[in-house]
Ligand binder design. Structure first.
Ligand code: SF4
Length: 380
């Protein structure tokens, strides 16, 4: 079967102030993690999986002990056939991504790096609780290139308390000088339970929504000017350099989620289902040790209405939009009839546009996607 692979590595050297991802501090527990991943991967051998993409994310894969990614890649190749030319991405943080590590990763087939740059301003990085300084970002990019990994993506965050429009512009200028093929620009979202959320609740930090919107507009115009295409709400790429792995998610293609906290999306005779591993190392270990036959735990089968909503939600993240013919073929109903009274007002309000068979969000619609989706939810 064809399925992409996502492998979660939930260890970090410290916790960033805004982070709600499943990540735990490196405290020695990371040394017993690779055998668990190997065990889960070996349980897939009989499926004959052929993977067009592999994404090793986290957490911080670059903070793991020497040999971790090499061991993981060997286990992947043992259990799954990586398609020739497969995109193999590994996430890294600038402070732990050294030239030696880049070379070791390149040797075992990592051909794309997603680097958590976030900003080039030291003050903003410190406020975010990041472990690197701005100058570490070009060093890490250089390390990847020296190892022969040209396919580099940088993650950036804007709208952080204390960040200014002028500072963001300087970050964007510095990032554009690096001339990497792919950039992800995320508007800050405040997640409950984080130090950031607590600071905002106490009033020691403040958000400026207007300036966040201005920062988003600035990024869109500067990146467009520099030859990047906004192919997804938060993602920008030079032509042909879009993330193939993330496109699998947006196109609702199947993928396996390996590791604690990982999610997967697959089809079997009962229909399409999503599954996940617990956000807990002990529970993940227990899953593998006590019920190895349950290789896709915590399954939730999707109803037709849920799949229709996901089709709208995920395809409208992409600039290309929703393929109405494909929607009708899959669900046996026109999208306009599936959501009566929803689409026309969005077209008239300049939030949605028609491009041949495709229905796509306008740039303004992209900025308001969450609110727009509520309309589809109510009528779902
Ligand atoms: S490095 Fe990434 S995963 Fe780790 S705490 Fe920071 S934001 Fe979260």
């Amino acid at each position: 079967m064809e399925a992409s692979l996502y492998i979660h590595v939930p260890f970090c050297t410290h916790k960033c102030a805004y982070c709600s991802f499943f990540s735990v501090p490196r405290d020695g527990g990371e040394r017993s993690y690779l055998p668990l991943l190997v065990r889960e991967l070996s349980g897939l051998e009989d499926l004959g999986v052929e993977a067009p993409t592999l994404y090793i994310g986290g957490g911080t894969p670059s903070c793991m002990e020497a040999g971790f990614v090499e061991g993981l890649m060997a286990a992947v190749r043992q259990s799954v056939r990586l398609r020739s030319g497969a995109e193999v991405t590994c996430e890294a943080n600038p402070e732990t991504f050294t030239p030696a590590l880049a070379e070791r990763w390149a040797l075992v087939g990592v051909n794309r790096i997603s680097l958590g740059a976030q900003s080039l301003e030291d003050g903003v990085l410190a406020a975010m609780g990041r472990g690197h300084r701005g100058a570490d970002v070009p060093r890490a990019v250089e390390a990847a290139r020296k190892a022969g990994i040209e396919n580099i993506s940088l993650d950036l965050i804007y709208g952080y308390p204390g960040q200014t429009l002028a500072g963001w512009e300087e970050t964007l200028k510095g990032i554009l000088e690096l001339d990497v093929p792919h950039l992800s620009c995320y508007a800050l979202t405040v997640e409950e339970g984080t130090p950031l959320a607590r600071g905002l609740a106490l009033g020691t930090l403040a958000l400026e929504e207007e300036s966040q919107a201005d920062m988003g507009d600035l990024a869109v115009s500067m990146l467009h000017e520099a030859g990047y295409r906004r192919y997804e709400i938060s993602n920008f790429a030079k032509p042909g350099q879009e993330s193939r792995h993330n496109t699998v998610y947006w196109e609702r293609k199947p993928y396996l989620g390996i590791g604690a906290g990982a999610h997967g999306y697959l089809w079997e005779k009962g229909g399409w289902f999503r599954y996940f591993h617990a956000n807990d190392l002990g529970a993940y270990r227990e899953e593998l040790e006590t019920a190895p036959e349950k290789r896709f735990p915590n399954r939730g089968y999707l109803s037709r209405a849920e799949r229709m909503f996901e089709a709208v939600m995920l395809s409208t993240r992409m600039a290309r939009g929703l393929d109405r013919t494909a929607f009708c073929r899959e669900f046996g109903i026109r999208v306009e009839d599936a959501y009566p009274g929803v689409i026309q007002p969005l077209l008239e309000g300049n939030l949605l546009m028609e491009r041949g068979e495709y229905l796509a969000l306008t740039p303004r619609g992209m900025d308001l996607q969450n609110g727009i989706l509520m309309k589809f939810m109510r009528d779902c």
